[in-house]
Design a protein around this ligand. Structure first.
Ligand SMILES: *Cc1c(COP(=O)(O)O)cnc(C)c1O
Length: 393
C-alpha cells in the first residue's frame, strides 16, 4: 500500500491511520458487515443463518414477492434509471402517483420525493431556514437533521430530549421572526415517541413551524400506518412531515409531505431536490406496492407491537433497566462501548444478529444493543433473544 502513496500524501494519510487506530483502541472503529443473502428475519453471515434483529424492515416487506415484482415491473416499464432530475425529464407517472399516495397517507395536500430520507431533511431545513432564522432541535435528533440545521446557517437551539418545558423557554427568549421546531416522532436509538401534543401547541402559540421526521413511524404507527400524529389523534394540518421509503416501506428514497405552498417552494428552492437525479422507477414501484400492503394488512402492525411488548417485558423481568421505548425499537442499555460489543458477540454466538450502537451515534456512556423487530418475527424468536441476552451487570 505505502508504495503507491505520494510523499506529499503520506503525512495526512499517516494522520488518518493514526485516527483509525485510536478508534480501534477505544472499541469505536466501524466496519461493514456483508450478509451473503437475506433481508428478512434471517441473514446468512460466514455460512451461518442468523436471526436478524438489526434491520429497519419493520413490516418484513423488503423481500415480499409482491414488492419485488412491483420493482421489476416498474423497471421494465420506465427503465433502470430516469437519468435526470425531476425538473429536467426524470419524472414518471409512478413518481406522481407515489407523491399523491404519500400526501394522502399523511393527511397533507402534497408530497415531494427525494433520493433519501437524509436528503429530505437536508432539503426541507435548508430551504425553509436561513441565517437570521431560528431552528429548535431535539438533543437526540438524527444526524440528517443536525446536518440540515448546520447547512441552513440558521441559529440552532438544542432543547433537552423530549423536554417541552425547555423548548418553551427557548421559544420565549429567541427573537427570530422565522422559527422552525424539528423533532423525530419515533427516536431511532431509544424507540420513544416525541411529546407531539406539546410540540403542536408550542408551535401554534409561538408562531413556529413544526417539522417532524417520521422515518421510524411511517407504516408502523397509527391505525392505517399513517404515523405518530394519527396514533395520538393529532391534526396534521400545518405540520411539515419528513419520511423515508427505506424502512417500513421496503424501498429506498425519502419524502416531504406538507401544504401545497411549501411543496411548490421546495420544488423551486430545495437544492437536494433540484440538483439530484430522480428516484429510479424500481424504488418508486416497490414503495407503491408496500403502501398497498401497509393499508391492507394491519395485522402486521399489531403483531409487531405485540413482539415489542414481549421483548420489553422480558428484559424488565430479567432485571434490565426499563427503557422509554414504545415502539418496535427496543434498546438494551449497556453503558460502555466494550460492554455493547461484548453483548453483540455473545448474541452472535447464539445465532442472533444485533449491532452494538456506540458513540458518537449515541451519547457517551449510553452504548447499547438496539433491537429492531420485524413483523415476520415469531414469539419464539423473541424468546430465543431473551434467553441469549447477558444478565444485567
Ligand atoms: C433512517 C433515518 C433517516 C434517513 O433515511 P434514509 O432514507 O435512510 O436516508 C432520517 N431520519 C431518521 C430519524 C432516520 O432514522
Amino acid at each position: 500500500m505505502a508504495s503507491t502513496e505520494s510523499p506529499a500524501a503520506s503525512g495526512w494519510l499517516g494522520e488518518l491511520r493514526a485516527e483509525l487506530a485510536a478508534l480501534e483502541g477505544r472499541s469505536l472503529r466501524r466496519t461493514i458487515l456483508t450478509p451473503r443473502h437475506g433481508q428478512g428475519e434471517t441473514l446468512s453471515i460466514d455460512g451461518r443463518e442468523l436471526l436478524n434483529l438489526t434491520s429497519n424492515n419493520y413490516l418484513g416487506l423488503a423481500g415480499d414477492p409482491r414488492v419485488v415484482e412491483a420493482a421489476v415491473e416498474a423497471a421494465r416499464a420506465y427503465g433502470a434509471s430516469v437519468s435526470a432530475s425531476r425538473l429536467l425529464c426524470g419524472s414518471t407517472p409512478l413518481h406522481e402517483e407515489l407523491e399523491g399516495r404519500l400526501a394522502a397517507l399523511k393527511g397533507q395536500e402534497a408530497a415531494l420525493l427525494y433520493s433519501s430520507g437524509y436528503l429530505a431533511n437536508l432539503g426541507v431545513l435548508t430551504a425553509l431556514a436561513r441565517p437570521g432564522d431560528a431552528i429548535f432541535s431535539d438533543a437526540l435528533n438524527h444526524a440528517s437533521i443536525i446536518d440540515g440545521c448546520r447547512l441552513s446557517g440558521a441559529d440552532t437551539k438544542i432543547y433537552g430530549h423530549c423536554d417541552a418545558e425547555h423548548l418553551a423557554e427557548l421559544l420565549a427568549t429567541t427573537p427570530a421572526s422565522r422559527r422552525l421546531i424539528v423533532s423525530e416522532t419515533v427516536f431511532s436509538m431509544d424507540g420513544d415517541i416525541a411529546p407531539l401534543p406539546a410540540l403542536v401547541e408550542l408551535a401554534r402559540d409561538h408562531d413556529a413551524v413544526l417539522v417532524i421526521d417520521e422515518a421510524h413511524a411511517t407504516g408502523v404507527l397509527g391505525p392505517h400506518g399513517e404515523g405518530a400524529l394519527a396514533r395520538l389523534g393529532l391534526d396534521p394540518e400545518g405540520v411539515i412531515i419528513v419520511g423515508t421509503l427505506s424502512k417500513a416501506l421496503a424501498s429506498a428514497g425519502g419524502f416531504v409531505a406538507a401544504g401545497q405552498t411549501v411543496i411548490d417552494y421546495l420544488v423551486n428552492r430545495s437544492r437536494p431536490f433540484i440538483f439530484n437525479t430522480a428516484l429510479p422507477p424500481a424504488s418508486v414501484g416497490a414503495a407503491l406496492a408496500a403502501l398497498d400492503i401497509v393499508a391492507g394488512e394491519p395485522e402486521r402492525r399489531a403483531h409487531l407491537a405485540a413482539l415489542a411488548t414481549r421483548l420489553r417485558d422480558g428484559l424488565m423481568a430479567a432485571g434490565h433497566p426499563p427503557s422509554d421505548s414504545a415502539t418496535a425499537i427496543v434498546p438494551l442499555l449497556l453503558g460502555s462501548a466494550d460492554a455493547a460489543l461484548g453483548a453483540e458477540r455473545r448474541l452472535r454466538d447464539a445465532g442472533i444478529l444485533s449491532r452494538a450502537i456506540r458513540p458518537p451515534t449515541v451519547p457517551e456512556g449510553t452504548a447499547r444493543i438496539r433491537f429492531n423487530l420485524i413483523a415476520t418475527h415469531t414469539t419464539d424468536d423473541i424468546d430465543r433473544v431473551l434467553a441469549a441476552i447477558p444478565p444485567p451487570a
